[in-house]
Design a protein. Structure first.
Length: 423
């Protein structure tokens, strides 16, 4: 059976966690393929709201197996807390959750390096979640990293010490004010490594290959969003992994010809947390209204998310680089009550009208050109089928489908599992 992918098409927080949870009943295995605890994937059901960071969003389904793939970076400290948070739910994670030996480990000094790097950048900072993501992937590509499989070796602490010492020298080099007590951080880290080691480590590419061969269905879960991709995102204001479809192949060891559906998730508008260009950003009361109704505050850092209209040019670009086969539109309910809605359908780029995402999208070079739509007043949150949708919402959806040439398979009308309408 083919491996289906689910990934975000904007700057993250599109609602991936919610939809993975909804789709899990159709899959035997859910596998996270990149990112780390910079992610915050929110699930809501039976009056419970839960945020997952490293653990795949299929964990609440008793039948599913959840794999943390080789492309993920794991902070044992955050991970141990995540497991603790699951204890109240009676989840047998010792059998349901398995971890790739090839996944890299985030060390306490990676977090410190993240902080030092950001502090040294001043106003040009990335707006990182400061979870050590960038420095850990740097050590991975620099061939210095510690992998989960290393933790099974007797001499891993020697390797750890050498790397942590090197990191401390690097932190000094930054010459910025980063306060820390490494002894305390290490005590916490080594305790958390014990918790991590109580879980099953596997050769996940082999596991997934055999599972696929024996007819098991697999859903690969992405983190972040396509515009935060290290290659195709708004560099340097991106994360440090490939968040796009290709990242699922390298992050799980799944061959490209084994990929089936590519589910692309987007919000009916756009948000971004952290720094970097955002052509359709709103700085007025309309943007504030979106943030308020949409409760746009980061699940990881609590930072306010910047809000703006849907950017169809950026969305087309994301569909293209990912090969999206089915779209899912999230948070349509948030747009109820807006008199008119805008969608960016072209850019004015240095005086010229263009319809692709260019290399440089800084505001001094690029202004959005909008198509306006009539809004709808109806509350969507109680709706259960598309026949209840107001005409204006149907018009909005039809326009997007026509422009993107991809069907919108799901319209989400609220955070709860049940507030999901299949078309
Ligand atoms: P993820 O990182 O892509 O999993 O998304 P987050 O969990 O960071 O952010 C999405 C937020 O929107 C969460 O608070 C969800 O509970 C919420 N959410 C998801 N879908 C919907 C929806 O259709 N409507 C509303 N109002 N909220 C939603
Ligand atoms: P999920 O999976 C939204 C953003 C950060 C920052 C940039 C780099 O919940 O959608 P990093 O910590 O990776 O060095 O931060 O990327 N960022 C996210 N924004 N959702 C996320 O994950 C994000 N993960 C990272 O805000 O701008
Ligand atoms: Mg999130």
């Amino acid at each position: 059976m083919a491996v289906d992918l689910l990934l975000g098409l904007q700057w993250g927080d599109e609602g991936k966690g919610k939809i993975v949870d909804v789709l899990t009943s159709n899959y035997n295995i859910i596998a996270r393929f990149q990112g780390g605890p910079n992610a915050g994937h929110t699930l809501e059901f039976d009056g419970i709201k839960h945020v997952l960071r490293t653990i795949p969003s299929g964990i609440f389904h008793k039948e599913s197996t959840n794999v943390i793939g080789n492309g993920v970076v794991i902070d044992p400290v955050v991970f141990a807390k995540e497991l603790e948070g699951l204890n109240q739910f009676d989840i047998d994670y010792k059998t349901k959750l398995i971890i790739s030996r090839k996944a890299h480990v985030i060390l306490p000094t990676h977090r410190l390096l993240d902080a030092a790097s950001e502090a040294s950048k001043g106003k040009a900072k990335i707006g990182s979640t400061l979870k050590g993501i960038g420095p850990t992937y740097m050590d991975k590509t620099g061939r210095n990293g510690i992998r989960v499989g290393d933790l099974e070796l007797s001499d891993w602490k020697d390797k750890y010490r050498a790397l942590a010492d090197k990191h401390e020298a690097m932190i000094k080099f930054y010459n910025v004010d980063v306060q820390y007590n490494l002894d305390e951080m290490e005590t916490e880290f080594f305790e958390a490594v014990k918790v991590l080691k109580s879980l099953k480590f596997i050769d996940s590419e082999e596991y997934l290959y055999q599972a696929q061969k024996s007819g098991k269905s697999i859903l690969a879960e992405g983190a972040q969003g396509s515009l935060l991709d290290i290659d195709f995102g708004t560099y340097p204001f991106v994360t440090s992994s490939n968040t796009t479809a290709a990242g699922a192949c390298t992050g799980l060891g799944v061959a490209p010809n084994q990929i089936g559906e590519v589910y692309g998730i987007f919000k009916a508008y756009t948000t971004r947390v952290g720094s970097g260009p955002f052509p359709t950003e709103l700085f007025d009361e309309v943007g504030e209204k979106m943030a308020k109704i949409g409760n746009e505050f980061g699940a990881v850092t609590g930072r306010g998310r910047r809000c703006g209209w849907l950017d169809l040019i950026a969305l087309k670009y994301a569909c293209q680089v990912n090969g999206v086969t089915k779209l899912m539109m999230m948070k349509g309910d948030v747009l109820s009550g807006f008199k008119s809605l805008k969608v960016c359908t072209a850019y004015n780029y240095k005086g010229e009208t263009i319809t692709h995402l260019p290399y440089n999208i800084e505001p001094e070079n690029l202004k959005p050109i909008y198509t306006e739509f009539k809004g709808w007043k109806e509350d969507l949150t109680k709706m259960t089928e598309t026949s209840q949708f107001p005409k204006e919402l149907n018009d909005y959806i039809a326009f997007l489908e026509k422009e993107l040439e991809i069907p919108i398979h799901v319209v989400s009308v609220g955070p709860d599992r049940k507030q999901t309408i299949f078309r």
